[in-house]
Ligand binder design. Structure first.
Ligand SMILES: Cc1cc2nc3c(=O)[nH]c(=O)nc-3n(C[C@H](O)[C@H](O)[C@H](O)COP(=O)(O)OP(=O)(O)OC[C@H]3O[C@@H](n4cnc5c(N)ncnc54)[C@H](O)[C@@H]3O)c2cc1C
Length: 499
């Protein structure tokens, strides 16, 4: 049997498949359970099951730039080219990709992407151009909970010096020119050498105390799609460096960035983002054009086509590889072999006086989730609602394939029940004066590129231009992050502007 210390340090939340299924309960849960938000699986499965081979009908119209995917990367391309004749084709009913938000009463909450870390160039200037003023999250930014009553954050107690050593290592690396960073095109040879190592091997090489590994596994699973043993040390160090820096959050998370871009686009001209439009094929056409085959997800029988001077594919590489026709099969094989995580996010809505919580609350040893973000902690105290709050619970699957199967089967009550049970154990204070009234579940089937060892080298080597078809998804940087989306968008825009 594991001792408690072993469970916390090395296994805990990651010891079994996250999100334990529960025997079907006959009782109704004492809270409202919403319908799913997030990925709608049907259009992509229709493509997977045959449409990607379907011939294209005759084009109905021609545009200068067609952007496939309206996540942060696709919207950034469109925003930076807003004066061109362009169209964004987005398969969901709303743009934003994994950076979308919801609202319960007067609280905005994230459905996925929550905060940003880098305001240096070109990111800070980009947010400024959008009229956004990112605000640093006030202290305490985060805490680690062990689930045992009366026990404080182990980073303040028994792990203190180990955690300080980790911070010092990351600070030292951060000051070096060889620090692994985004954009990956600027990586030094020394930084690239880290990519061949797993983060776990790197941490061991640097003699980081093994007691921290359980926590670092949780961080990596939540942000990069896998525990330290399966993460590139380049990606891991880049991500972990944020423990020394402020983080910035908007109410409702990074959806604020998507909304600001969508607003600028519509100011420049209406109807440029077509939602419910799933692209099933992109192929070269005569005269330097490309043809895009797509369908309205409400009417998948009717295939449509448009012709474009530039096609910018801002969908995950895993999909892009399947819908691009006539490109080097080796590149296609690389793209389609990239591994994607699967993710459940549960927004828990509380009525009653909110408990003051740190922004991010890590539940070490929890089986059903990694961390819970307090949506209201991103607001200045004076602006926080007095009688309602939302906790955004992040529950990535350790085995993405199993996760996808379970998300597709979609028994919402079986997902919610163990999360709520563990929230009661890890964050009992949240239930003190407030009542959990609603749980809103969001599913992401393929949305986290797993930043496995070698990923940065792979993404640097992969062609991102096939004639007038350009790839511009955050996957291109090998690390799921807002900065990756912005860098990829800027690269594609530069090529288009050069003509
Ligand atoms: C749960 C979660 C939490 C995260 N939290 C953070 C965070 O706090 N901070 C951070 O920096 N990063 C975070 N990330 C990562 C980061 O938000 C993403 O890397 C980034 O937002 C991705 O933007 P994107 O435009 O590249 O891709 P996506 O968001 O994947 O957008 C791609 C778009 O393409 C559309 N699409 C796909 N296929 C087709 C098709 N065939 N036809 C038409 N449209 C299509 C999709 O519907 C989607 O809208 C998080 C990710 C997840 C999943």
């Amino acid at each position: 049997m594991l001792t408690r210390r072993e469970a916390i340090a090395g296994f805990g939340a990651l010891g079994t498949q996250l999100i334990l299924p529960r025997a079907g309960s006959a009782q109704e849960p004492p809270y409202l359970l919403s319908e799913w938000t997030g990925d709608s699986f049907a259009p992509m499965h229709a493509i997977r099951d045959g449409l990607w081979r379907a011939p294209l009908p005759a084009p109905e119209r021609r545009v200068e730039v067609a952007i496939i995917g309206g996540g942060l990367a696709g919207l950034a391309v469109a925003t930076l080219l807003k004066d061109r004749d362009l169209l964004v084709l987005e398969r969901e009913s709303e743009p934003g990709g994994v950076a979308k938000s919801g609202r319960w009463r007067n609280v905005d909450y994230a459905l996925g992407s929550a905060y940003i870390v880098d305001l240096s160039e070109p990111f800070g200037a980009f947010y400024e151009m959008l009229g956004l003023g990112p605000r640093p999250v006030s202290d305490p930014v985060d805490r680690v909970m062990t689930g045992t009553a009366g026990e404080g954050d182990p980073r303040e107690g028994e792990w203190r010096s180990a955690y300080e050593d980790l911070k010092a290592l990351l600070r030292r690396l951060g000051e070096s020119r060889d620090f692994p960073k985004i954009p990956i095109a600027e990586a030094s040879q020394q930084a690239l050498a880290l990519d061949g190592l797993s983060l776990l091997d790197f941490l061991r090489r640097e003699h980081i105390d093994a007691r921290l590994l359980g926590l670092l596994d949780s961080y990596c699973l939540s942000a990069l799609g896998a525990p330290t043993a399966n993460i590139s040390a380049y990606a891991g160090v880049n991500f972990l460096s944020e423990i020394n820096t402020p983080i910035y959050a908007f109410p409702g998370g990074n959806a604020a960035i998507a909304r600001a871009m969508a607003a600028r686009l519509s100011q420049a001209g209406e109807g440029r983002v077509v939602t419910g439009a799933a692209v099933y094929a992109i192929e070269p056409a005569e005269g330097g054009y490309a043809r895009i085959g797509w369908f309205d997800v409400r009417n998948p029988e009717e295939l449509r086509c448009l012709e474009t001077r530039w096609a910018v594919v801002a969908a995950p590489y895993f999909f892009s590889g399947r819908i691009l026709r006539g490109v080097d099969p080796a590149a296609t094989a690389k793209m389609t072999s990239l591994r994607q995580g699967s993710y459940l996010v549960a927004n828990c809505c509380f009525e009653g006086p909110p408990t003051e919580l740190p922004y991010d609350n890590w539940a070490l040893g929890a089986q059903s989730f990694c961390d819970a973000v307090s949506g209201t902690a991103a607001l200045p105290s004076a602006e926080r609602p007095k009688d309602q709050s939302v906790l955004t619970v992040y529950a990535p699957f350790r085995d993405p394939r199993v996760g996808r199967e379970r998300l597709l089967a979609g028994d919402r009550a079986d997902f919610a029940a163990p999360i709520i049970e563990e929230l009661r154990r890890f964050l009992p204070e949240t239930f003190g004066g407030a009542r959990l009234t609603e749980v809103r579940l969001t599913r992401w089937g393929h949305h986290h590129l797993i930043a496995a060892p070698g990923i940065v080298t792979t993404m640097r080597a992969l062609p991102k231009r096939f004639g007038n078809v350009l790839l511009a998804h955050s996957d291109g940087q090998g690390m799921p992050a807002v900065e990756s989306a912005i860098v990829e968008a800027r690269n594609a825009v530069e090529i288009i502007k050069r003509g």
